[in-house]
Design a protein around this ligand. Structure first.
Ligand SMILES: Cc1ncc(COP(=O)(O)O)c(C=O)c1O
Length: 386
């Protein structure tokens, strides 16, 4: 009855776990949710200042917002014009559009291992052959493997800045080497950058896309983590060759992005409120990150390894023993603790057991209680952790 690709459509584990984690008694480290108290909520004055947004708009997005986004992206060292900006209903839409543009059955797509779950889901739907490149918060990106896979890939999907799930941030030297490799081959770079502004130790290195000389690229960002996910607003900026088909794909998907959200975001970009909002949220997230790091050291030290991330929303914890983390997740949910099994982020089995733990959503005392509960569970499941 359905198209063949529907056989390749896996359920989004995040959605399933988030649904289960809705109960207030559940301590959730599962989603990539901003803290409720950090959400940007426009006040009545902001709403009253909106122009008339109720007619259909442009597929590319509101011109004023495209100009402001281009300005911000140029400040990151990526030369672009407003014509190269496409406003999206969430950056997840960029993944869908780029997948539609580039991927058919057996298209080789370079992905990080681990990689953002919902990107893997979209690439698989279109039939991609995923070519993994190992990324680890302690060991960095496996650049030798990157060079080998880039020679075959048509698309290289990377989240080099506070990666979801590993939290890893590529160094300047790694970014330069990745850019030089892509310039030597035909792969299009797809750089996904929603966490850049959530940096707790100073600015992150400039995007890889701005370091390319020859290769074509798509760079995307989001207002979900810095303002509110409910706005459903993100953007992509692309090499001029890719813009005409991307705009047509956007038009075919949904005509244009929500104009109400676009004008709200235009306002906060133009009056500096976005940067003030991010600056006011960083101390809260830094404190929660530090609370999780301390709780992990207190309860899991010696039985797991991790790097304290300097940005983003996640700890990527490698367990000392081999465990079925899907089963662990189900058992944890029984005890009102939600976490993300590492397996879900890999295209092929990783050979080690990992958990992704979000630190932004739970308050510090819940972080402490949740990690203590996790340690108890691990002591039962991993005899060597006793
Ligand atoms: C790496 C990455 N890309 C894209 C997204 C999608 O974000 P949004 O659609 O809210 O902009 C997320 C959300 O968690 C993400 O982690």
């Amino acid at each position: 009855m359905f198209a063949q690709r529907i056989d390749r459509l896996t359920s989004s584990l995040v959605r399933d776990i988030l649904a289960a984690a809705q109960r207030p008694e559940v301590i959730s480290f599962a989603g990539g949710l901003p803290a409720d108290e950090a959400l940007f909520r426009p006040d009545a004055t902001a709403l009253q200042a909106l122009p008339d947004v109720w007619q259909y708009g442009q597929s590319e997005g509101e011109w004023g917002l495209r100009e402001l986004v281009a300005q911000r992206v140029r400040a990151l060292g990526l030369a672009c014009t407003p014509e190269q900006v496409l406003i999206l209903n969430g950056s997840q839409q960029g993944i869908d559009l780029v997948a539609k543009l580039m991927i058919e059955r057996e298209t080789p797509v370079l992905v990080e291992a681990p990689a953002y779950l919902a990107a893997l889901q979209a690439f698989r739907l279109f039939g991609a052959e995923c070519l993994p490149v190992a990324v680890d918060p302690l060991a960095g990106a496996d650049l030798a493997q990157f060079e080998a896979q880039a020679a075959r890939a048509r698309l290289a999907y990377l989240t080099p800045t506070f990666q979801n799930p590993s939290g890893y941030c590529y160094s300047d030297a790694e970014r330069d080497r990745v850019a030089a490799t892509l310039d030597r081959h035909d792969a299009v770079l797809f750089e996904d950058d929603p966490y850049r502004d959530l940096s707790y130790e100073g600015p992150a290195p400039a995007p890889i896309a701005g370091r390319l000389h020859r290769a074509r690229w798509v760079y995307q960002g989001s207002f979900s983590k810095t303002l509110s996910p409910g706005l459903r607003l993100g953007y992509l900026v692309a090499h001029p060759d890719l813009m005409p088909p991307l705009i047509r794909l956007k038009q075919a998907a949904d005509l244009h992005s929500n104009r109400l959200s676009q004008h709200l975001v235009m306002q906060v970009l133009a009056n500096g409120a976005l940067d003030r909002h991010v600056a006011s949220v960083l101390p809260l997230y830094r404190a929660r990150r530090d609370a999780m790091d301390a709780a992990l050291r207190r309860h899991l030290g010696g039985h797991a390894s991790w790097a304290c991330p300097w940005g983003g929303l996640f700890f990527w914890v490698r367990l000392a023993g081999a465990l079925d983390t899907m089963a662990l997740m189900r058992e944890a949910l029984q005890r009102d603790l939600a976490l993300m099994p590492g397996e879900a982020f890999f295209q092929q089995a990783a050979g080690a057991s990992y958990l992704r733990l979000n630190f932004s959503h739970a308050a510090p005392e819940r972080i402490e209680a949740g990690i203590a509960r996790l340690a108890e569970l691990l002591r039962e499941q991993l005899p060597e952790a006793a």
